[in-house]
Design a protein around this ligand. Structure first.
Ligand code: F6R
Ligand code: MG
Ligand code: MG
Length: 365
């Protein structure tokens, strides 16, 4: 059986006004360039945006980390960067950290989530895309979807899922990885992935090896060694028939969680699930947002999309997110609204330390 690969590759190559949203000209150009590859390098494609991030959703038969597919994405981002520069869009080309493509787009700036699988009789896939936060934001949701029976009733009552899942976790600081098996290693898994700034769930598999979820884990601040924007992560989740159902995958997004990112990548705030037409960052450059597009995969064809959060069922979490936003905003520059020094992406602290360094006096014993 031929296998299908889904590659979701994203970059912020410029937006308007400020870091708010991607310009339609960039979306049109990216979709046109992808369409030209359908029937050639690609089977199908879809372009969207979440906030200031341009999102390329591609299907093909070349497997993960394919050089040509990654180069196509890189070239499209470069092309869109040119348009962004010609329009003086804000942050034109900001995520394009390398001067030239070199074999694989990982580590060059853009974010990548990919998975390759043999299509089942019917294969529903959900693509999640977030803005103004980092890849650790997915940890909570992946835990709830694949390891919490209070969220996913299938863990208890579907024999296909009853054995549990394997979580692959990346330590983005030490550049190492580990696997945890659930339910038996649940507490150890949680002890790691609760530290979202350091440990990131990279993938989830069923214990028979079937791929169920895959995320982007590029940590741009570590890649660049200086501030260039939060990673604004993407995630692919397969659903149904021995995996959590579409509704079980969406259910944890009814909980308004606080994530790191938002203004200047340096504040905690609520992650708000929104429809694509509402995926434009405004208030305090946010609040952080997540969109979800649902597809059926038909021999690589993307049947869809369905805009999954465009639904009154998510009105209440949106309203709770707004309340939380009011609540944390009142704290202004104080932690825990503002991130601790090591996690802030912008910081004036070293400069202030230098300026006032000599004025500090020792406190007598
Ligand atoms: C956060 C983000 C924005 C900017 C902010 C300041 O990821 O993109 O909140 O950090 O608008 O932007 P600059 O420093 O470009 O003026
Ligand atoms: Mg930005
Ligand atoms: Mg962004």
């Amino acid at each position: 059986m031929p296998k299908t690969t889904i590659s979701v590759i994203k970059a912020d190559v410029g937006s308007y006004p400020g870091h708010s949203r991607t310009h339609p000209k960039l979306l049109e150009r990216a979709q046109k360039l992808l369409k030209e590859q359908e029937g050639k390098l690609l089977i199908d494609s879809f372009v969207t945006h979440c906030g200031d991030d341009l999102e390329l959703i591609m299907t093909h038969s070349h497997g993960m980390d394919n050089k040509e597919v990654h180069k196509l994405a890189w070239d499209i981002f470069m092309d869109c960067t040119k348009i962004a520069k010609s329009m003086k869009l804000y942050g034109a080309g900001q995520d394009m950290l390398a001067d030239a493509f070199s074999g694989n787009i990982r580590g060059l700036g853009p974010g990548v989530a990919e998975m390759e699988f043999e299509e089942r009789g019917s294969d529903p896939v959900l693509v999640f895309m977030a803005d103004k936060t980092g890849p650790g934001a997915w940890n909570f949701f992946l835990y709830k979807i694949f390891a919490d029976p209070f969220n996913t009733s299938g863990l208890v009552i579907d024999p296909g899922m009853h054995e549990g899942f394997i979580f692959e976790v990346y330590d983005v600081q030490e550049k190492r990885k580990i696997q945890f098996r659930t339910p038996e290693e649940t507490y150890s898994l949680l002890s790691c992935i609760g530290t979202c700034s350091r440990y990131v769930v990279k993938s989830v598999r069923r214990k028979d090896g079937m791929i169920a979820a895959s995320t982007s884990t590029e940590t741009m601040n570590l890649v660049a060694g200086r501030y260039v924007g939060k990673d604004d992560p993407v995630m692919i989740v397969r659903a149904q028939s021995g995996l959590p159902s579409v509704g079980e995958v969406l259910e944890p997004f009814c909980t308004p969680i606080i994530v790191a990112g938002w203004m200047r990548g340096s504040h905690n705030g609520p992650l708000m699930p929104v429809a694509v037409y509402e995926a434009n960052c405004t208030r305090f450059d946010g609040p952080p947002r997540v969109i979800c597009l649902g597809f059926q995969i038909n021999n690589g064809e993307l049947v869809g999309p369905a805009d999954m959060f465009d639904d009154p069922a998510f009105d209440r979490v949106r309203s709770r997110c707004n309340e939380l936003a009011d609540f944390v905003r009142d704290q202004g520059p104080f932690e825990p609204h503002r991130l601790p020094p090591g996690e802030m992406e912008y910081t004036a602290l070293p400069g202030i330390e230098k300026k006032f360094g000599k004025r500090w006096e020792e406190i007598p014993e």
